[in-house]
Write a protein that binds this ligand. Structure first.
Ligand code: ZN
Length: 117
């Protein structure tokens, strides 16, 4: 693939925007579409819950390379992270879906240009 082609592919990708699996692949597998959440209080649920309440390991933390810097740097990411925690804890699948969308939109608008993966 020539350099021009690479540049073209990159531009195309940016225009279309990143998807949830591009931004947080590990969590996207867990919270992907048609994915049932684990039964509350089950072992898997508890394991995910312990990660989701921990800023560097939560859905938003993964997107920030498992760092908690966003809790100081980006209010919107902080808010979205809190919402994931609440919705997961209460097992609100449709709210998680909404929040994923909000996160993907926000990421593409504010953070996508700094994202290299
Ligand atoms: Zn942000």
């Amino acid at each position: 693939m020539g350099q021009k082609q690479v540049a073209f592919e990159k531009t195309k990708h940016q225009q279309e925007g990143l998807t949830f699996s591009d931004i947080s692949p590990k969590w996207a597998k867990r919270l992907g579409e048609h994915q049932e959440l684990p039964v509350p209080m089950s072992i898997t649920w508890l394991r995910w819950w312990l990660e989701i309440i921990n800023p560097p390991n939560c859905v938003v933390g993964e997107a920030h390379n498992f760092s908690r810097s966003y809790t100081d740097d980006c209010r919107e990411c902080g808010k979205i992270g809190d919402k994931f925690t609440v919705y997961f804890t209460l097992n609100l699948c449709s709210k998680i879906e909404e929040n994923k969308q909000r996160f993907v939109n926000h990421w593409n608008k504010e953070h996508a240009q700094f994202h290299s993966r």
